[in-house]
Design a protein around this ligand. Structure first.
Ligand code: ZN
Ligand code: ZN
Length: 177
């Protein structure tokens, strides 16, 4: 997908120079081990790359990850919420569309996870990398058919006019869906 240019109506707030500020989503588990069964609340904001054919997490934007890590037999469970900003091409008018996604996660991280078994994610000796989970969660929630607005009128099927911006003389022509 081409990265669309800045939209007409909407300001995008990007962290300044996100590439140099990339924060790792790898969490040390020392604190979790010391806390003897008390869940560990993690709140992180980090750029995460995730895209499907029709939409993408806004490049360079910060994805919010808010999860509780819990030690369980055989691993660590991360449960909580992932929030991100997406962009794509409106399926009706072909202008840039923006939106938010929110994904609920509850995943097991275990030694050897992720390799052959996609049901779980890998767990290090004393660390866990949340990024694969965050990326997967975003990809599942990215819209397959993005819309710039639920009320987008689309393009005139006769003349191609963007009916959000102008009316056209094809009077009774119905908007192209
Ligand atoms: Zn539209
Ligand atoms: Zn028309």
């Amino acid at each position: 997908m081409q990265i669309p240019v800045r939209p007409k109506n909407e300001q995008i707030v990007l962290e300044s120079d996100p590439l140099t500020k990339t924060k790792d989503l790898t969490i040390s588990l020392h604190q979790l081990e010391r806390s003897a069964g008390t869940p560990l609340q993690i709140d992180l904001q980090a750029p995460v790359q995730a895209s499907i054919s029709s939409s993408t997490v806004v490049p360079g934007s910060l994805v919010s990850t808010s999860v509780v890590l819990e030690s369980v037999r055989g691993g660590v469970i991360a449960s909580g919420t992932v929030r991100a900003r997406w962009m794509g091409e409106c399926a009706r008018c072909l202008e840039v569309a923006y939106g938010h996604l929110e994904a609920h996660v509850r995943e097991l991280f275990e030694p050897g996870g992720g390799a052959f078994d996609k049901e779980t994610y890998p767990l290090g000796d004393d660390w866990v990398d949340l990024e694969p989970m965050v990326r997967d969660a975003c990809m599942l929630e990215l819209p397959l058919r993005p819309l710039c607005s639920p009320n987008c009128k689309g393009l005139c099927s006769e003349c191609g006019t963007n009916l959000n911006e102008h009316s056209c003389d094809c009077s009774l022509g119905t908007p192209f869906q």
